[in-house]
Each structure stands twice: as C-alpha cells, then as structure tokens.
Design a protein around this ligand. Sequence first.
Ligand SMILES: Cc1cc2nc3c(=O)[nH]c(=O)nc-3n(C[C@H](O)[C@H](O)[C@H](O)COP(=O)(O)OP(=O)(O)OC[C@H]3O[C@@H](n4cnc5c(N)ncnc54)[C@H](O)[C@@H]3O)c2cc1C
Length: 417
Amino acid sequence: MRPGSPSVEGRPVAEARQFNVVIIGAGIAGASLALALSGAGLSIALVEAQALGNRALPEGCGLGDFDPRVSALTPRSRDILQQLGAWDAIAAYRHCAYHHMTVWDAEGTGQIEFDRSEVGATELGYIVENRAIVHALLARIAEAPDIAVMSPVTLQSCTRLASSRMSLALDTGQQLQADLLVAADGALSRVRQMMGFRSREWDYGHRAIVATVEVERAHEETAWQRFLPSGPLALLPLLGAAGHHYCSIVWSLQEDLVDAVLALDDEAFCAELQRASEARLGAVRASSKRFAHPLRQRHAVDYVQPGVALVADAAHTIHPLAGQGINLGLQDVAVLAEEVVAGSRNGVAAGQLALLRRYQRRRKGENLMMMSAMDGFKRLFEQQSLPVRWLRNVGMRRIDGMLPLKQQLMRRAMGLG
Ligand SMILES: Cc1cc2nc3c(=O)[nH]c(=O)nc-3n(C[C@H](O)[C@H](O)[C@H](O)COP(=O)(O)OP(=O)(O)OC[C@H]3O[C@@H](n4cnc5c(N)ncnc54)[C@H](O)[C@@H]3O)c2cc1C
C-alpha cells in the first residue's frame, strides 16, 4: 500500500478513477455520445455490461447473416453519424436506402404513398443493422485517447457526493467519480431506477416479432407498412443478393397472439406473414429465427438531476411503428454533447444542473410530441367501428392528395422538420 493511500482498518480501498463524464451503456446512444464528447478536453469513460471485444461483422449475405435488429435511420441521424466519423464504415459494410414508403390500412382502401421526389431528397431514410452501427462507432472509439472503454463491466451502484460529483461502483470492484453520469443503459435503465427518476409508462399490449425474410419480388427500395387491427406490420428493405430479395420485418401483434405466431413452423409462419402483408412482395419464401420484443411506452418525467442525465431509451421508449426510437435518441445525444462541450469551453462542469436543464428543455418537448403522435396512430388503427374505419380511410386518401401536408409529415419523420 502506498503511503497516504485510502484504507479502512489497514485494508486498502481502491482509489476512485476520476473522469469528467462516465457513460453507462455502449449501445448506439452511449457509443455515439462518447464520440460526440471526444476531442473537447474532457476525460470520458464508457462502461458496457456486455463483452465488446473485436467481433467481426458477418461477410455473407444470406438470410441468417443479417442482424434481426435493424433501424430505419433518418437523414438527420445519418448526418449525426457522419459527423462522428462512423457513417462511411456503416455505408461501406451494407445498408439499404429507401426512396419510397407505402402505408395502407388493412380495413379498407386507405393508402398513402410517400416519395423522395415530393421533398426533393435523395433518400427518405436508410435501413441499417444495429450491430453494424455499434461496430462502426466502436472502431472510431478505439482511436480516441480520451475515451476509456470498460467492458464487460456492470454498474452496481451510484451515489451523489457532497461535492455534487457522482460516485460509481462497478462489479469489478473499481470505483469511478465523475462530474456527469449519463444513463445510456437502455429501456430498463438501472441508473434511472437507482437515482429515483420517475417515469410515466404503460404497456402497449403489443410485442414486436422481428426477423429477416426472403420474399419473391424486389422491394423496390420501399418501406412497406400495413396497419392491421392486431397491430402494424413493417417490411423494411435490405440489401439483396443475386436472385434473392430480403426484408427485415417488425410485426407488432397483440400480446395474446404473439406466442401462437412464434410457435408456427417456418412454412406456416411464412404463409401467415404473406397473408398479413397481402402478398405485396409476392410469396414469403423463408424466414430467419424469430425474436419478440415487449413494447412499452415510457417517458421519464425529468431527464436530468444534478450530475446525472438520461438519454435515448433510458429517457423514453416509443412504439416502433414509425421507426423513431434511436432517431430521437441520437438527437438527444447531439444536443447533450453540444451543451456539455459548450459548458466545458466556458469552464462550467458537465454535471451542472442549469446546463443539463438546457438539454432537457431542448429535447423533452419534441420527444413527447413524437411519442403522442405514435400512440395516437396506434389507437386510431386499432379501432374497428365502422364510422372510424370509414373516416380513417377517407382521411388517408385525402392526405395522399395533399402534397403540402405530406411534405410536412415527411420532413418531420425524416428529422428535418
Ligand atoms: C422491434 C423494434 C424495432 C425498432 N425499430 C427502430 C427503427 O426502425 N428506428 C429507430 O430509430 N428505432 C427503432 N427502435 C428503437 C431502437 O432500437 C432503440 O431506441 C435503441 O436500440 C436504443 O438504443 P440505446 O443505446 O438507448 O439502448 P440499448 O440499445 O438498449 O443499449 C443499452 C446498453 O447498455 C448496456 N447496459 C445496461 N445496463 C448496464 C449496466 N448496469 N452497466 C453497464 N452496461 C449496461 C446494455 O448492455 C446495452 O448495450 C426499435 C425498437 C424495437 C424494439
């Protein structure tokens, strides 16, 4: 033991490593935030429970080679990832830009078409495998001398010291201290729970089945979404291989239907999916392994406390029907990083409440608006009463013919509004 080292009854106590910012969770949000803060003279730790290692991405382009978790990224999210230096690697691996979106109602003739030409854009968005995004971010992080990556390491506890700095205990026995602790630890955030953040939440009564499927016809760079009374079904375009057309599906189903659909053998599952998609892409020929994700709406009442900030799914989870979750999360990351870096230039500690409140003010309203809109859509399309169905279908056809309104909807969904 070094002279002067802290001790309890003669036993050495680990000295706490000091950081400006400690981020818990190296998913898309946490890894993006670490990079966004890098280079500003701050010391950053990124703590991740799973082993990150140097896992290579699959080279093959077969059904089982795709990550069943994909994200529809907006052009705004692409720009954020580009600024972080990660987009080129994502694009060079594989992604599928979509130029068109077709949304239709299973209960009638209502249909809306969105096309890139209507907003003068080159793309409406990009379907990207989640693990490809994280892989590209981690590759950049490996080159950043101011980011200490700790994995596989789990946060065990966190407390606020009298100095307002945050003190953290890790499962390795290590202690960390930081001006700012960021919860990027996902929907079931331990930081949110440990620090006593309140949240408003309710169950959508849905689970989402995700899988990669092979379909008969080319997807035409179109994201297809059909609203059924049992929940929305999305067929998202993936890069194909010679003679093979692939889509990633997000099939939200009422809780009581999910287990039965998951239990179907491959042939019966494909037949059911083909029926549910009205065979818009022809026969569903094959499916990868299926996974189901419970869907809950959750929104933290506050995103910040002195020395603590919640970002992305730790702050809000939203129904995936319009693919907005991580798009909102990346905007949280961009705004929080902007405030922290600006504060640091002016000598303001990263955990100062006034600084963190600016982040909350800039993000909470927009997140809430998007969450309310998604909730409204879900409820509207669940309605089966004849007058509501009629109005819904008439409404969809009307909107389809109203270009200025469609342009507004598209720009907002693309993160440009
Ligand atoms: C079916 C489905 C489809 C979706 N589709 C889209 C889409 O098309 N577009 C879109 O924008 N969004 C979509 N989303 C939402 C999107 O997937 C999430 O918003 C996003 O993954 C959240 O990222 P995150 O980094 O906040 O959290 P996560 O990805 O959950 O990452 C959290 C990380 O924290 C780590 N961690 C947790 N606890 C600890 C701890 N105590 N110590 C250390 N590490 C810890 C975890 O291991 C994990 O790596 C979809 C969601 C679902 C369920």
